[in-house]
Ligand binder design. Structure first.
Ligand SMILES: *Cc1c(COP(=O)(O)O)cnc(C)c1O
Length: 471
């Protein structure tokens, strides 16, 4: 299996070559040259597998430069009941007739990013040891990504994490999750500024190529192909749990921001998993909903990006979207480049409404979408608590609200649960008047000693800190 760039760069790369990288050299995103196809007989064989075994089977179709026995061991070590709370890893429960919740949020940081990041941690450690190299991961977070990365990389050989976050702006629970880590290879950097300042610092440091090379700076952002690939697995696992036979179709509703999660659903569907519809659920930041309704993709300005109560979906542009558009335009790299480099760069938007391929987003690729608001989240959380005695988080509430607008009789609808309510306690209190339940292992974490350094919003200060802590 080789990987290409969505913008047409002539190089073809292998999995381990792109594992530690972000964008392709021409600014495109990596995708496999073709999607391996899975037929009914293969599905039947996979149906009885454990999650780790299923992950190995799917990953093997895309990774041919790690010996199978090693890849199998990495999957087995990653997807354990000990780390993810249950033997099923992603247990499915029926909420009401034909509507299911697939729990992706029982990992170490209680959000679905653990599903991919835990694998990434083990793949990074393996590959760095094989190369005899080290990597310093520099990131910016306002919550879920940073904590998932830290819990995945803590204690790993060859990896250090330098995670910037806006000082005082994460929820107390999220701060406590990150800052209570005492591992020597994890560095929390609280920046005197907002999230955009943190992102600007990461960009500035990464643009200093001499520094980047000398200190082996890397990232783990959502455009990483290995993260996306890891997420393909739980679409299959959800499908097997919701159906008793292979000819049956299901639909998924996916709370979406950067289009990473639902892009994995697109890959699963393209491989032949019988998915009828992939419903994209957005909050008030409805860049994606607008595209699937109108064919216009319009990046928002900072002023036009809303701070909502489902903050992990507060995006101004969807960084993985180019992958889907590349497939939508028939894998025409010149056309994808024209849209994302030329039109988007020049005008901040592109318009496929009059292009015949736009209709195929729904007809051929199975996409649909809707949006949800703060009031919708509150009423969905209340209703789900009252009627089903089930507490859901704000992102999952966006999903459930939207899912109900796309139900088809006889087709199970699986809503992906992307976080546990304790991470967004403030809104739960607003909806229900009481705090959500807290898993026992997080009792009292706010009182634990904190390991964090405060720095000004200045890339030079962050560089100096990294240099000091790299030996
Ligand atoms: C990251 C995140 C999302 C959005 O996922 P994308 O892959 O960016 O679409 C949704 N919900 C939660 C809780 C998240 O952490």
């Amino acid at each position: 299996m080789r990987y290409l760039s969505t913008r047409g760069h002539p190089d073809r790369r292998r999995f381990c070559e792109i594992l530690l990288e972000g964008l392709a050299p021409d600014g495109g995103l990596y995708l496999p040259e073709r999607y391996p196809q899975v037929d009914a007989a293969t599905l039947a064989k996979w149906r009885g597998l454990s999650y780790a075994e299923l992950a190995f089977e799917i990953l093997s179709l895309y990774i041919d430069d790690i010996p199978p026995a090693d890849l199998k061991a990495i999957c087995a070590k990653t997807y354990t009941a000990e780390v993810f709370g249950t033997v099923e890893i992603v247990p499915l429960r029926e909420l009401e007739d034909g509507v299911y919740l697939e729990a992706l949020s029982n990992g170490p940081t209680l959000a679905f990013k653990d599903m991919a990041m835990q694998l990434l941690g083990n793949l990074f450690e393996y590959e760095l040891a094989r190369r005899g190299e080290e990597l310093n991961i520099l990131g910016a977070t306002s919550g879920d990504t940073g904590s998932a990365a830290e819990y995945a990389m803590r204690g790993k050989k060859g990896v250090r994490v330098f995670m910037t976050s806006p000082d005082g702006r994460m929820s107390p629970f999220q701060q406590a999750q990150m800052f209570s880590l005492q591992d020597a290879n994890i560095h929390n950097i609280a920046i005197a500024g907002v999230f955009d300042d943190c992102q600007d610092i990461v960009k500035a440091v990464s643009n200093d190529l001499a520094f980047k090379r000398k200190y082996k700076i890397g990232t783990v952002n959502s455009i990483n192909w290995a993260r996306l690939l890891a997420q393909v697995v739980y679409y299959f696992a959800g499908y097997f749990q919701a159906t008793g036979g292979n000819d049956k179709q299901v639909s998924f509703t996916v709370p979406s921001g950067n289009f990473g999660n639902v892009c994995a659903g697109h890959v699963a569907r393209t491989m032949g998993l019988p998915i009828r519809t992939l419903v994209v659920a957005t909050n008030e930041n409805d860049v994606l909903d607008e595209f699937f309704r109108t064919g216009v993709y319009r990046v928002r300005s900072a002023a036009d990006t809303h701070e909502t109560s489902s903050p992990s979906m507060d995006i101004s542009k969807a960084s993985n979207f180019e992958r889907f558009v590349f497939d939508l335009v028939g894998r025409d790299a010149a056309k994808a480049r024209g849209l994302f480099e030329d039109e988007l760069g020049r005008e901040g938007r592109f318009d496929l409404s009059k292009d015949p391929v736009f209709a195929q987003a729904a007809t051929r690729f199975g996409f649909a979408s809707s949006r949800s608001t703060h009031a919708d989240r509150l009423s969905t959380i209340r209703d789900t608590d009252k009627r089903f005695a089930t507490l859901i988080d704000t992102h999952t509430a966006d999903g459930l609200k939207v899912a109900r607008e796309h139900l088809v009789p006889g087709v199970p609808m699986i809503v992906l649960e992307t976080a546990l309510p304790i991470k967004f306690a403030e809104t739960i209190v607003e909806a229900l008047g009481h705090e959500p339940e807290r898993p026992a292992r997080f009792e009292g974490i706010e009182a634990l000693p904190k390991r964090v350094v405060k720095l000004p919003a200045d890339a030079e200060a962050v560089k100096a800190y990294i240099a000091q802590h790299c030996d």
